[in-house]
Ligand binder design. Sequence first.
Ligand code: 4NP
Length: 152
Amino acid sequence: MKKVLFVCLGNICRSPLAEAIFNHHTRSLEIQADSAGTAAYHVGEQPDPRSIQVAQSNGVPIQHKARQFRAQDFETFDYVIAMDHSNYQSMKAIAPGEVENLYMLREFDPEGNGEMDVPDPYYGGDDGFVLIYEMISRSMDHLVAHIQSSQT
Ligand code: 4NP
């Protein structure tokens, strides 16, 4: 069973949505996703209602309780996937030396055009949540193909 961890800042908007979309997308495969945040502000909370809304309106079940990312996650998970550069740098800063399993989600976005961040939607409107839903969904096929191609 391959394990994937999606990581954002608060673990209530972007990464629980990515976890939910990924788990729905791969429900027939031996791959499991979880999510975490680099900050502890929202530990123990459910996903933001706007992430729940956009997931449910697309038929994607979403269930998560926020927790903070820890260095040990680099060992527990085969793939650690940051939503933006800031999340990437925060994780790198506490990594136990060089890590080879740290990625950015939009490396796998076929329409990314070099843009690497899934923007933080927390202080914006509902349209920001539709936008991040689309970015995350678009990245799924290439991400899963990458994971499967490295399976032995
Ligand atoms: P997330 O969004 O990192 O996608 O979960 C945020 C949630 C909360 C805050 C910032 C971003 N905050 O500052 O509380």
